[in-house]
Ligand binder design. Structure first.
Ligand SMILES: Cc1cc2nc3c(=O)[nH]c(=O)nc-3n(C[C@H](O)[C@H](O)[C@H](O)COP(=O)(O)OP(=O)(O)OC[C@H]3O[C@@H](n4cnc5c(N)ncnc54)[C@H](O)[C@@H]3O)c2cc1C
Length: 383
């Protein structure tokens, strides 16, 4: 029985051409190095400049700031292609940092940093989480106090994606330790290279995403120009984060759906080839039913995601809907990938099989960018 191929409503010829170039680039420039990146716990710095040359970075940043002048749909294409290839590169976080600068930076800041981010010369990281403050950002202790025309920054951050290679860090700090709750938080841009008092800690050993650069970072009396504050005044950091988190959460939803679809595709192929009791696994009703469930859930996810993408493109994606997307699509991804591991039997547990890596790589999606429990709190506030 044939099925009509589903097409995302936001897809068009320009995006198809772009997808083709990304799809050619990844196996040629990234895939041959991915195993080594996993061992060294980070991509090569040259991978960033290669991605910049092919136009894969800052695809949705205006050309006047060095970006490709596209839309979030271009970002979605990059995220999907990386997810389908199983490559963990930190370009999602890099884009998020660019969007903070785009939204709250002044002209000078945008012109100074964005073109170098688009070329891959500057790698971006965002640093909110601390050893004792993750979900509860009120608890952050990293401080920045004014000393003339500088801030003096002290503290540490953990689990920072792109931390080791980062040349530009969007850092959440307390600029007013006396302000109640989240009011004293500001965002400051740190130009990290050769900065006295700044130190990158160890690469963290993770259960998946081994090629992704995840580190601790430390600040010991680091002097940062006051001009690096993002926004017109101190104390705006929390509201800036709340405004930008839908972008990050939608991007995670894009990766989750692409991974779910890829898991169904590779598992369908596997169960047609693998024999048991004298017949291919697909001939067992349980196999077909499980894959039917997975394929249906992936499609439901895709339709919801496409609606969120359309809303974002129209400037209408609200924080609650973005939280729904992040929570539901990543939960769905983990359910699907786990079922697909089961259908691979013992081979599903072997890291040389893509499904095993997908399983380990997917798990964090329910944890970072706000845990799925926090997403339910955000949705709950709207009830
Ligand atoms: C691989 C990886 C990459 C990351 N990259 C970055 C990065 O680039 N930048 C960055 O700043 N951070 C990053 N993080 C950190 C990530 O965002 C945090 O781990 C996450 O926000 C959770 O914080 P926590 O780890 O302190 O957990 P906790 O806040 O201690 O939460 C522990 C558990 O308690 C639950 N919980 C907490 N509060 C509530 C509540 N109110 N109601 C119900 N349940 C609750 C949580 O949902 C969770 O299940 C990364 C994390 C990982 C693992």
């Amino acid at each position: 029985m044939s099925t009509v191929t589903y097409q995302s409503s936001w897809m068009n010829d320009d995006l198809r051409i772009f997808r083709k170039s990304v799809r050619q680039f990844i196996p040629r420039e990234f895939a041959p190095h991915h195993e080594r990146w996993c061992q060294q716990h980070r991509p090569d710095a040259e991978a960033w400049t290669a991605a910049g040359r092919v136009g894969m970075l800052l695809t949705d940043v205006p050309e006047e700031y060095g970006g490709a002048g596209g839309t979030f749909a271009h970002e979605a294409v990059v995220i999907e292609e990386l997810a389908q290839a199983g490559i963990n590169f930190g370009s999602g976080v890099h884009s998020i940092v660019a969007h903070y600068i785009l939204a709250y930076g002044n002209q000078e800041q945008k012109r100074k940093w964005l073109p170098r981010m688009a070329s891959g010369e500057l790698v971006g990281a965002i640093a909110m989480t601390e050893p004792t403050a993750g979900s509860d950002l009120q608890g952050i202790k990293t401080s920045a106090h004014r000393d003339g025309d500088h801030f003096v920054v002290n503290g540490s951050k953990t689990f920072i994606t792109n931390g080791c290679l980062a040349g530009l860090i969007c850092l959440a700090v307390k600029t007013d330790p006396k302000a109640a709750g989240l009011k004293g938080i500001s965002l400051i841009i740190i130009e990290a290279k050769n900065l006295p008092g700044y130190r990158v800690g160890r690469s963290l050993e993770k259960i998946g995403r081994h090629a992704q650069d995840t580190c601790e970072i430390f600040f010991d009396d680091v002097r940062v120009p006051a001009a690096n504050l993002l926004g017109p005044a101190e104390g705006k950091g929390f509201s800036q984060m709340m405004e930008q988190l839908p972008y990050e959460r939608l991007a995670i939803g894009v990766g989750a759906v692409a991974t779910s679809e890829q898991a169904v595709a590779i598992t369908t192929k596997y169960v047609k080839e693998r024999m048991a009791f004298g017949k291919p696994l697909i001939d067992f009703q349980n196999t077909r039913f499980k894959l039917a469930e997975c394929k249906t859930e992936a499609r439901i996810g895709r339709v919801f995601l496409d609606d969120c993408i359309e809303r974002y493109l129209a400037g209408q994606l609200d924080g609650v809907t973005a939280a729904m997307a992040k929570y539901w699509l990543t939960d769905c991804e983990c359910r699907i990938v786990d079922e697909c591991v089961q259908l691979h039997g013992g081979y599903g547990y072997m890291t040389e099989y893509p499904i095993a890596r997908m399983w380990a790589d997917s798990r964090v999606e329910r944890i970072y960018a706000g845990t799925n429990e926090i997403m339910k709190e955000v949705i709950g506030w709207s009830l």
